[in-house]
Design a protein around this ligand. Structure first.
Ligand SMILES: [Zn+2]
Ligand SMILES: [Zn+2]
Length: 80
C-alpha cells in the first residue's frame, strides 16, 4: 500500500488552525460519547475550527470530561 493510500484511509481533522495563517489541521479525530461531536484535540480551546477536545479531554461543545472515543482511525480499523 502506498503512502498516499494510507493517508487517504485515515480520518483526519478537516478544520483549520486559528491564529496566524490559516493552516489545515489534519489532527487525529476523536468523538465525544456524550454529544457525538467529532473533532480534534488541541492544547488550547478554540485552536481549530473543528476542535472537539481540549488538553484535559474536556468536550468544547458540551463540557463533558473524559467522554472521548478514538482516535477514530484506529477504531475504524478494528471495526472494519
Ligand atoms: Zn482540528
Ligand atoms: Zn460533548
Amino acid at each position: 500500500m502506498s503512502y498516499d493510500a494510507i493517508k487517504a484511509d485515515r480520518q483526519l481533522c478537516t478544520g483549520y488552525r486559528k491564529g496566524g495563517q490559516a493552516a489545515k489541521c489534519n489532527g487525529q479525530l476523536y468523538r465525544c460519547t456524550a454529544c457525538a461531536t467529532t473533532g480534534c484535540r488541541q492544547t488550547y480551546v478554540d485552536n481549530c475550527s473543528e476542535q472537539a477536545f481540549d488538553v484535559n479531554w474536556k468536550c468544547v461543545k458540551c463540557g463533558a470530561i473524559n467522554q472521548k472515543e478514538g482516535p477514530l482511525n484506529f477504531v475504524n480499523r478494528i471495526g472494519a
